[in-house]
Design a protein around this ligand. Structure first.
Ligand code: PMT
Length: 398
């Protein structure tokens, strides 16, 4: 591929030459475009040396009629902005083109832009920034990271640019490599379940788990960015997602999730069930707050919930693809294999709670994707966004 690496003014710009090196090593042709502030953190000489070609950083370059941004956008298959500051994200969302890189970004089709955001965690959490990113994603822009960790400002949190190796891996996995502008799944409908379920004990208490919904929401986003219509059935979570092709149904209990998923599945090309569904619920739910009684313990009687994944496995029609998750703590691969067969799945995504940074609540995950055809794909620890891309590309490959 022909790739432009865009560099904006953040401390993570010191890692951009390494990204250029990795992309070139992977066989890509690479050019660099930088803002003036980026060159406070890295240098023209470094970028020109690693890329082997002149840097694009001046809109006019001594020529008032320069249209280099147009010839560059015609040349490139992909524009990777790493680091992408809050400023460039805001400019992109508003269509502002006031220097070489922002003008190039306005000329590029959004489906050919990959952003690796990097900033302070409070800037990352700001509603304006999140709104801008949602808008860009709805146009087809893909994001990688940011990761959690120590930040240049001395604090710690979400905002570190993903490692150059993870960004290079996202380029290798990306939908744009299919050459259809990221709309590879156009016309398909996919069901995704996400988050935990809550099983009520009384009017104020429930049995739940630590699922945040991040994995399922990332899957929904990646499917929608690839052109699919997505039925997202989510248990209780604080997350929200806004994309014209994602239809979200909020549920609370396993039985509600079962009803929504079994209703949606027949019209779907496939389903990815990442929700952490409670296997049991209290036999009875009190309609008032249960009071403490005496000094004895309390016995809660539980009954089994329906198994949504096994039910969809039994309903599955030819041409439908069913993907389950397996959250394991021991005998991981053996248990995952057994679920793959028992529930009539096509793929199972195993994540182990023994891997640091994987599973509940984290922004990252590490998975092994097993297929009924005997295939096995093991990932590195990556952001849930990147894991979602790996899963979607694997299960929709045929
Ligand atoms: O939400 P996050 O904080 O991002 O965390 C992501 C995750 C850890 C929840 C996710 O990666 C994950 O592992 N989801 C599956 C969790 C789980 O319940 O695994 P399980 O091994 O118990 O279930 C196996 C499969 O059956 C899952 O696809 C599950 O959705 C499904 N299931 C389970 C029980 C049930 N009654 N109905 C089901 O459909």
């Amino acid at each position: 591929m022909k790739i432009i690496v865009g560099i904006t003014g953040g401390i993570a710009a010191y890692k951009s030459p390494e990204l250029v090196r990795l992309l070139k090593k992977a066989g890509h042709e690479v050019r660099c475009a930088a803002t003036a502030h980026a060159l406070e953190f890295t240098t023209r000489a470094t970028l020109e040396t690693v890329s082997g070609v002149p840097l694009y950083s001046d809109l006019f370059a001594g020529n008032a009629t320069s249209t280099e941004h147009i010839s560059l956008k015609d040349w490139a298959d992909l524009l990777v902005v790493a680091p992408a500051t809050a400023n460039i994200i805001g400019k992109m969302a508003s269509g502002i083109a006031d220097d070489a890189l922002s003008t190039l970004l306005l000329a590029m089709a959004p489906q050919r832009v990959l952003l690796a955001p990097a900033m302070n965690s409070q800037m990352w959490a700001h509603p304006a920034l999140q709104r801008n990113l949602e808008l860009l994603r709805s146009w087809g822009v893909v994001t990688v990271g940011p990761d959690d960790g120590p930040l240049a400002c001395g604090t710690s949190g979400t905002g570190r640019m993903s490692d150059p190796a993870a960004i290079a891996a996202a380029v290798a996995n990306g939908d744009w490599t299919n050459g259809d502008g990221g709309q590879r799944l156009a016309g398909e409908r996919w069901l995704v379940t996400a988050g935990p379920t809550y099983e009520r004990i009384d009017s104020v208490r429930f049995i739940g788990n630590y699922s945040s919904g991040k994995m399922g929401f990332a899957l929904a986003r990646v499917l929608a960015e690839a052109g699919a219509e997505v039925e997202l059935v989510s248990g209780p979570t604080s997350l929200s997602i806004s994309h014209p092709r994602i239809h979200t149904e909020r549920v609370e209990s396993a039985r509600e999730m079962y009803a929504a998923a079994t209703k949606a599945f027949p019209a779907c090309r496939g389903a990815i069930l990442s929700a952490a569904v409670a296997d049991y619920r209290p036999r009875e739910c009190a309609d008032h707050k249960l009071k403490k009684q005496g000094s004895e313990g309390m016995t809660l009687q539980l009954v089994q919930n329906p198994d949504i994944l096994a039910t969809l496995g039994a309903m599955k029609a030819p041409g439908q693809t069913l993907v389950g998750f397996a959250l394991e703590t021991d005998n991981e691969l053996q248990n995952a294999h057994s679920k793959l067969q028992r529930k009539n799945l096509d793929f199972i995504v195993m994540n182990s709670l023994r891997d640091a940074g994987a599973g509940f609540g984290t922004d990252t995950n590490k998975v092994t994707i097993l297929g009924t055809d005997g295939s096995s794909k093991e990932s590195a620890l990556m952001s849930k966004e990147e894991i979602a891309r790996l899963i979607v590309n694997t299960v929709t490959a045929s």
